[in-house]
Design a protein around this ligand. Structure first.
Ligand code: ATP
Length: 271
């Protein structure tokens, strides 16, 4: 590759320039996302160390180079440990990128459509149902109380599970992404036994109970009345229409698609 720039010991080829341009763009974008947050200060410190160690390697300052390498290794590890939840969400965000989603990920709306159709039909036919959509809070211990399913969410699958004669109809279904993770799961019961004049049965108390200890959204269809309710953040919203439920789910689940900057801002606020 022919050299296009030569300054002292620096011999740059076109590939080197493209390389530098790509790395600069990545660093710039990361910095824009983190600007104004504590993560940005740590990131800048890390970049400074990387730059210093690059220069010291170039001019062959062995001891300084060893020291800087050691410090920057520890710094990278500390950065990963400190910002592990945010980095995980950033990676999920990459996965949520429309281009990426087009290739790998089903849209949230496709899953919501299947759920709404099933819930609408169960409401009409007065088939009792309990559907959990977890968000950030892990609910592995709840999933483990049920029967693993690991199948794509479809209206037919949900109707089959909650069909009253099905061995899996008792308990809750947990949905994760576009999969039904498990059925017949046991949820923790809320201590509340009534909301105003409405006496809560165990299905509604179970929905409310999980929403009190996690950020999951729990959909309930009453077997007695066909009423559709949603439990979220310790509150039960009753009497939703399927369309109302769709709007609620879209608002809640699409709001998950935060920008990287918002994720890092959340970190700063929690510090
Ligand atoms: N802890 C629990 N976890 C998951 N599901 C539960 C739990 N407790 C009860 N259920 C489900 O709720 C059903 C009983 O509903 P129950 O009639 O007591 O409640 P409800 O709130 O009045 O509901 P509905 O309006 O459908 O009658 C059980 O058969 C079971 O499927």
């Amino acid at each position: 590759m022919p050299e296009i720039l030569k300054i002292g010991f620096l011999h740059l080829t076109l590939v080197d320039l493209i390389d530098i341009l790509i790395v600069s763009l990545i660093i710039r974008q990361l910095y824009i996302w983190m600007k104004g947050t504590i993560a940005a200060q740590i990131f800048l410190g890390l970049m400074f160390l990387v730059l210093l160690s690059f220069v010291s390697e170039l001019v062959n300052l062995k001891l300084l180079n060893w020291l800087l390498k050691f410090i920057s290794d520890v710094w990278v590890l500390a950065f990963i440990i400190l910002f592990q939840p945010e980095l995980r969400r950033l990676l999920m965000l990459v996965g949520n990128n429309p281009l990426f989603r087009l290739i790998f990920k089903p849209s949230v709306t496709a899953v919501i459509d299947e759920v709404i159709e099933a819930v609408g039909e169960m409401s009409q036919k007065q088939i009792g149902a309990l559907i959990v959509i977890p968000r950030q809070t892990g609910i592995r211990s709840i999933i483990e109380t049920g029967v693993p399913i690991q199948a794509k969410v479809t209206k037919e699958l949900l109707l089959t599970i909650f069909f009253p004669k099905s061995p899996l109809h008792d308990g809750a279904v947990v949905i994760s992404g576009d999969r039904v993770e498990a059925a017949a799961c046991t949820l923790p019961l809320s201590a509340q036994s009534r909301i105003g004049n409405f006496l809560l049965g165990t299905r509604h108390r179970a929905a409310l109970g999980l929403s009190e200890i996690s950020d999951a959204i729990v959909i309930v269809v009453s077997e007695e009345t066909g009423t559709i309710s949603v439990a979220e953040a310790g509150k039960l919203i009753r009497g939703l229409s399927p369309e109302g439920l769709r709007k609620k789910l879209l608002a809640e689940l699409q709001a998950e698609d935060k920008s990287p900057k918002e994720i890092f801002e959340e970190v700063s606020q929690s510090e």
